[in-house]
Ligand binder design. Structure first.
Ligand SMILES: Cc1ncc(COP(=O)(O)O)c(C=O)c1O
Length: 398
């Protein structure tokens, strides 16, 4: 077997299962899962209907580049949402959810060109796929800590030039998982200037781009930054978008990548060999979803309402801040995050995720330590009950 597989860390949920093993929470309380990052709102009926209607199209192999109508729907959404003008031919590719794309993109890009070990830089804490993809591609993951002192945004100016020199991909995540931090257009422009100076690719994971709090200030895309820098061909840019969060259809496995045609073309070749074309019925259901913005706005409003209901309950006992985007809370619990998670489960039958599981140790510590990730994915009433339980737990404990 590939020896690099041994480098992969246990996935956070495996570690969480071990942490909870042997504990019997009170049977009188129904379990509430706030550890998962899986949207739980009802999928839009019109997407389900489109999928059902098109099932007859399973009779042929799909092509890796996707249907022209699929690429056009993605490009049209990008144009509506970000004002980004993209040619759907050569700048857009459907992917089976961003997870597989984040992984496979790294395999296609990392080249060992400099002779020295290539670097894939990423925020810390981070979505775990970035690290696994880097390790399996033979690259060194370099962790850029995000803490409250840098407003949960990687400090790109603190990265030494010799690291940038080896860097082949910089991952950004905006809005961030787990911090919810949104990177500004200026920040993204600066990242691209560095990419140009040191010749690396910026991979911007924007799968939470439609889940934001301020309707007047939607999170910008790396594509807008490229255009603002005068790069209309999106040189060195790749963005990752998904229907999983936007439309609450994580099971559809539908997303797309967009950006630099000089990256898309070889990546398409890679994907052709890898064999990851999106089934035609999935594409046709996805077109219906990308073409409709009303359901995404309604979905966003549901999350906004959850924050409005949950934060007043938690604020007196926990250092909680409403994030600009995403569907998580990332509070500082001012004590060991594993013990906090375990004791909360034992007392309240409520599961959250220790922050240190989502981050890695660095010379300046593990930026997830003493933090926990609380997902507001459950129905609103359940989120309110969960918040009340966390409050009870903290009030009886402290
Ligand atoms: C930051 C981030 N990126 C990507 C994904 C993958 O999403 P999907 O593969 O459903 O598009 C997730 C899922 O939780 C995520 O949190």
């Amino acid at each position: 077997m590939n020896q690099r597989l041994e480098l992969l860390a246990a996935y956070p949920f495996e570690r969480l299962a071990r942490l909870k093993a042997g504990i019997t929470p009170p049977a009188s309380l129904a379990h509430i899962a706030m550890s998962i990052g899986e949207p739980k709102h009802a999928p839009p009926q019109f997407v389900i209907e489109a999928l059902r209607r098109e099932l007859g199209r399973l009779d042929s192999y799909p092509v890796t580049a996707g249907l022209p109508e699929m690429r056009a729907a993605c490009a049209a959404w990008l144009e509506r949402r970000f004002n980004g003008r993209l040619n759907p031919e050569g700048m857009v590719l459907p992917v089976n959810g961003t997870r597989e794309a984040l992984f496979s993109f790294v395999q296609a890009v990392v080249s060992n060109r400099a002779g020295a070990k290539p670097v894939v830089a990423m925020p810390n804490p981070f979505y775990q796929i970035y690290e696994g993809a880097a390790l399996l591609a033979g690259a060194e993951p370099v962790f850029l800590n995000t803490t409250d002192t840098n407003r949960f945004q990687p400090d790109l100016d603190a990265v030494p030039d010799d690291v940038w020199k080896r860097c082949e991909i910089l991952f950004l995540c905006t809005p961030g998982n787990p911090t919810g931090s949104v990177l500004s257009l200026e920040y993204l422009r600066h990242a691209l200037q560095l990419a140009e100076k040191h010749d690396f690719v910026v991979a911007s994971d924007e799968c939470y781009a439609e889940l934001y709090r301020d309707e007047a200030n939607p999170p910008p895309s790396l594509l807008q930054a490229a255009q603002a820098n005068g790069h209309d061909a999106f040189q060195r840019c790749m963005v990752f978008h998904s229907l999983s969060k936007r439309s609450s259809v994580p099971g559809l496995r539908s997303g797309f990548v967009a950006g630099d045609p000089a990256l898309i073309k070889p990546y398409l070749l890679y994907r052709t060999y890898h064999g990851c074309a999106m089934p035609v019925p999935t594409q046709l259901a996805s077109i219906a979803a990308w073409n409709d913005d009303a359901h995404a706005a309604a979905n966003r409003a549901l999350y906004r309402e959850k924050y409005a209901r949950v934060l007043p309950i938690l604020a007196p006992v926990l250092d909680v801040v409403e994030p600009d985007g995403g569907f998580y809370l990332w509070p500082d619990v001012q004590r060991d995050d594993e013990i906090f998670t375990r004791d909360l489960f034992a007392a309240q039958n409520l599961t959250i995720l220790p922050g240190s599981y989502l981050a890695r140790d660095t010379r300046s510590g593990n930026p997830g330590r003493q933090r926990v990730r609380i997902s507001l994915v459950a129905p609103i009433d359940e989120c309110v009950i969960a918040a009340q339980r966390i409050r009870n737990f903290l009030e009886t404990k402290t």
